[in-house]
Write a protein of this length. Structure first.
Length: 337
């Protein structure tokens, strides 16, 4: 049975004070505590699609600076689809100018090294209270994915802005390069995977799969990521620091890698006969069990920019998660409202 529909929302872009890992985390926290969305509509943490965010500014690795930002999902749904009874979860982004020494690293085909100045992403099912991100147990209890690199090195990328998208059960974080650069890095975490079955062998007790995906730290989002088969968004790569995409096996913290199903090259001319932009469902296949899952309300679209949106009748219909944010349209996905 299909899971309840996710409704995606877009936060206003946040300009980074500087291209550092701490400023990247501050931008996530700033977006996560906003009281309005990018379109001016009201945002209330804990309600509909609005997550509630906290941050760590007292970690021993870098006291006084933000080294982690974590979010918990909304619990009241008066204006969107109610997801029903779900497994508790927390999403976390973390990093510091000092290399972490004790973090649990995300491991599927490979794992990424603990590196200074990189931002990492992780997801925890059934979490207890936040403890310390620089440990094997960032939360006192729960099944944690481990940390995967979430964006390219800030000193090399020169990040200019951060864009956040949120839904009832998952969050996307997208960084844009500054000045004349066009590239992006992205990460997503939460219950964004629909296995299409409530069987305990392929899904959690709530019918979902929980995990993360990121473009990694080795490259930006490829302009042709929808046809790439080695280092691409929603593709578990076999090389350390490359793209990550995986979920925790039901009831455990064991990672199963996912790879986007199919190869697509939808150019600017990929349109319906009436000129509208079609939204094509996006699927990913497990590299260990070969089962295919749907990415929830994440659709393949024609080449577009990450700064764009699709409107119908002047109303937001979908937000674009793209490889480029300005100048040249490239491979993109749509997050449906």
């Amino acid at each position: 049975m299909p899971l309840p529909t996710l409704n995606w929302r877009r936060l206003a872009p946040v300009s980074l004070a500087a291209s550092t890992v701490n400023d990247m985390l501050d931008a996530i926290y700033t977006a996560g505590t906003a009281v309005t969305y990018a379109n001016g509509s009201t945002r209330t943490p804990g309600v509909d699609c609005a997550w509630t965010w906290s941050r760590d500014t007292a970690n021993a690795l870098q006291p006084g600076a933000t080294t982690a930002a974590w979010g918990t999902p909304p619990t009241s749904f008066p204006g969107v689809t109610n997801p029903g009874t779900v497994i508790p979860q927390t999403l976390i982004w973390a990093g510091s100018t000092a290399a972490p020494t004790a973090t649990l690293q995300y491991t599927s085909t490979t794992s990424d090294a603990r590196t200074a100045n990189l931002i990492y992403v992780g997801q925890c099912k059934n979490p207890g209270a936040y403890s310390n991100w620089n440990s094997a147990t960032p939360f006192t209890t729960g099944q944690f994915t481990g940390f995967a690199t979430a964006a390219a090195l800030p000193s090399a990328a020169v990040w200019g802005q951060m864009q956040m998208y949120e839904s009832q059960e998952a969050v996307v974080v997208l960084f844009w390069r500054g000045a004349a650069n066009v590239q992006t890095s992205s990460s997503i975490a939460g219950a964004f995977i629909d296995p299409g079955s409530a069987s305990s062998s392929v899904s959690e007790t709530d019918g979902r799969l929980y995990g993360l995906a990121s473009s990694g730290s080795n490259n930006y989002n490829s302009a042709t990521f929808l046809s790439a088969t080695s280092d691409a968004l929603f593709y578990e790569a076999s090389v350390s620091t490359n793209s990550r995409c995986g979920f925790c096996a039901p009831g455990t913290a064991t990672i199963n890698g996912l790879r986007r199903f199919g190869s697509f090259t939808p150019g600017a001319g990929t349109l319906l006969t009436n000129g509208e932009i079609p939204l094509l469902p996006c699927y990913a296949a497990s590299i260990s069990t070969f089962t295919v899952s749907r990415l929830r309300e994440i659709f393949i679209v024609r080449d577009l920019l990450a700064s764009q949106r699709i409107q119908v009748g002047g109303v937001d219909y979908a937000y674009i998660l793209g490889a480029n944010w300005q100048t040249t349209a490239a491979d993109a996905l749509a997050l449906k409202v």
